[in-house]
Design a protein around this ligand. Structure first.
Ligand code: HEM
Length: 182
């Protein structure tokens, strides 16, 4: 990598995350919170104005979240070795969060494709309608999309708790790596 980029202030350092990582993290946290609100509205308040209010954005926002997590994964790889060391357990936890954030929207898209009714995100057509359903795709996604979605919310709640509880050697919360960037 060119030196001007490796020394860039945009990148992460062992004593804190840089601005790109922090923006991606908090943007995705906010969008995921909205995404979970829409899933909860669908599950617990079907056919009500609450579902209408939250659900309309679910399938479009899901694609945006997939694009963002891929960008974030690429940025994480570019910063490998320079990020704060959060330990083996937290590292594994973060890896599982990434894998779920990739698998869940992918399954949603596979279902949309399998159903063959066409799919648009933010008004832009992604798949045109076809005349046939691909049952195996729809069944796969029906079995896993919601289940993994609820698993992600549980792990994200655990992740928030650990960010408050986990402290570094100097006694400060690891949370400040991601808030203040140091
Ligand atoms: C990170 C992104 C996503 C998360 C966290 C997520 C989460 C969830 C969850 C937890 C449910 C279960 C709601 C219930 O139990 O009724 C759900 C349902 C659903 N999701 Fe997603 N989703 C995401 C992306 C997508 C995408 C990209 C699509 C489509 C392109 C999609 C389409 C759907 C549909 C159609 C349902 C309702 C299924 C049904 O009525 O049985 N989701 N989602």
């Amino acid at each position: 990598m060119p030196t001007h980029l490796t020394q860039s202030r945009l990148m992460d350092r062992p004593d804190g995350y840089g601005p790109v990582s922090r923006i991606l993290h908090w943007l995705m946290a906010a969008l995921l919170a909205w995404q979970f609100a829409s899933a909860a509205a669908r599950q617990f308040a079907p056919d009500t104005p609450i579902e209408d209010f939250f659900w309309f954005s679910h399938t479009s926002l899901g694609l945006l979240l997939l694009v963002l997590v891929l960008a974030r994964g690429a940025w994480a790889l570019a910063n490998a070795g320079r990020r704060p060391d959060s330990g083996l357990l937290a590292g594994l936890g973060h890896l599982v969060l990434y894998l779920l954030m990739m698998a869940i929207p992918t399954l949603g898209l596979l279902r949309a494709y399998g159903r063959g009714r066409g799919y648009s995100a933010f008004g832009i057509q992604v798949f045109p309608p076809r005349d046939r359903e691909i049952e195996s795709l729809v069944e796969l996604a029906n079995a896993w999309h919601g289940l993994l979605g609820w698993t992600l919310i549980a792990l994200a709640a655990g992740h928030v708790c650990m960010a408050f509880l986990h402290r570094r050697a100097d006694g400060r919360r690891v949370l400040s790596y991601m808030t203040k960037g140091q």
